[in-house]
Design a protein around this ligand. Structure first.
Ligand code: PLP
Length: 424
């Protein structure tokens, strides 16, 4: 990055600047960003799918395997105790990152998808019955649709879909009208991966609680872009994935209110989640272990804590403010491209630029951008119903992280212009 851009991000006197971190330094922390693709400097704009990992996370995982590798919770020996200490310390890091009441309410899963499935299979199967309603929204990711659809088939609950408007705004009034004494559960994204909409999640939760429904928040996208305080939100469950927040794949989190987690039956069963097993009966372990059957992803958990520490050091408020500036810049620059229409321009938006260009198929565009070293995502983004709502089968999506710069956006725009000339 040139000096001018770096200065711009650090603060110009004429306008308030959001960035209070050293962008150059941050970029140098992410080794994958420093490479050429198809002979061009890589511009990575697929953060909504998965984020890159800072050296600090990579080093933490390496150090664990080099020094402490062992199984957790069961060992009397030093390595096992060290692994256990780091594993449980990571739980406290997660607890503090989302401001959970206690570390016992942090359940490690393999990702958002598993966290949602855990709640669907354990909570909903145990406490919902035929005729009860679950509300989701038009813009949910498939992992927050299909688990509830399966319950519809298996136990006869009814899935109700809260609408959005043509800009991708969540329609709070319409949603509120759908709530009734039949509503027993609401599961809504905090930030849409397909549109970038930030939903009014606190109001959604409050309204659901007014009719006695429990609420699950899909925080897969929100976790890396907004401050998350589960106590302030008063959500009943919160799910996110490590790989969307600069941490390893294969690790995720489910937060739940204690009384709900206590009342829920185990999800998977086997080692670690039991207290006593005999052929006449088995008793289950305390929280959080009741929901963590088998050997967990120890390196993933320790790596997740390193990723969250990295984000905390920069400050999520700094990240959000900087990304807002980038998003505004990107929205403006993309609007200059002839024939480009933005899919999703909600009033409250973060990190996602999802668009279509007249006469250009998204996958052709994605391929030509890759030839210019630019990584974006094309397709339905695992959100086919919202694609259908907008009458498209695919969009091109540039999704931002705090290591992206205005120059990345300039490179994207130049590459799109070049690709469009080739395709038209
Ligand atoms: N929910 C949203 C909003 C997402 O964007 C994603 C992933 O893209 C998921 C859920 C599923 O996350 P994972 O594949 O990490 O389980």
């Amino acid at each position: 990055m040139n000096q001018a851009a770096n200065m711009a991000t650090k603060g110009e006197p004429s306008q308030p600047q959001a960035v209070r971190f050293d962008l150059e330094k941050v970029r140098s922390d992410f080794p994958t960003l420093n490479q050429k693709v198809s002979g061009h400097d890589l511009v990575y704009l697929d953060n909504g799918a998965s984020t890159q990992k800072p050296q600090q996370v990579i080093d933490t995982i390496k150090a664990y395997y080099e020094n402490d590798n062992s199984n957790v919770h069961r060992g009397i020996h030093t390595l096992s105790q060290r692994a256990t200490d780091k594993f449980e310390a990571a739980r406290v890091t997660v607890q503090s990152f989302i401001n959970a009441e206690s570390d016992a309410q942090i359940i490690f899963t393999n990702g958002t998808t598993e966290s949602i499935n855990l709640v669907a299979h354990s909570y909903a199967r145990a406490f919902l019955q035929a005729g009860d309603e679950i509300i989701i929204s038009t813009m949910e990711h498939h992992s927050n649709i299909v688990p509830w659809q399966l319950l519809e088939q298996q136990i006869g609950i009814k899935l109700v879909v809260a609408p959005i408007d043509k800009n991708g705004n969540f329609l709070l009034d319409e949603y509120t009208k759908l709530l009734s004494e039949k509503t027993k559960f609401v599961s809504i994204t905090q930030l849409s991966n397909a549109l970038g909409t930030i939903t009014p999640i606190k109001a959604i939760i409050e309204a659901a609680h007014n009719v006695g429904a429990k609420v699950m928040v899909d925080g897969a996208q929100a976790i890396a872009h907004t401050e998350v305080d589960v106590q302030a939100l008063d959500c009943d469950f919160y799910a996110f994935s490590g790989h969307k927040i600069f941490s390893p794949t294969g690790i995720g989190v489910l937060y739940g209110k204690r009384e709900l987690l206590d009342a829920m039956p185990p999800y998977q069963s086997g080692g670690d989640m039991i207290k006593v097993v005999s052929f006449s009966g088995t008793t289950f372990n305390e929280l959080p272990h009741k929901f963590e059957a088998g050997t967990p992803n120890i390196a993933g958990v320790i790596g997740l804590a390193a990723g969250l520490d990295y984000v905390s050091d920069i400050g999520i408020a700094n990240i959000a403010a900087y990304e807002k500036e980038l998003l505004d810049y990107g929205t403006h620059r993309l609007s200059e491209i002839e024939g480009l229409s933005m899919i999703g321009s909600a009033d409250n938006k973060a990190s996602i630029l999802s668009f279509q260009i007249n006469g250009v198929h998204a996958s052709d565009l994605g391929t030509l951008l890759d030839h210019q070293g630019i990584a974006i995502r094309v397709g339905h983004h695992c959100a086919m119903p919202v694609m259908e709502f907008f009458g498209v089968d695919a969009t091109a999506r540039a999704s931002l992280a705090f290591y992206n710069s205005k120059e990345d956006i300039d490179a994207l725009v130049a590459a799109i212009n070049k690709a469009v000339m080739m395709l038209k």
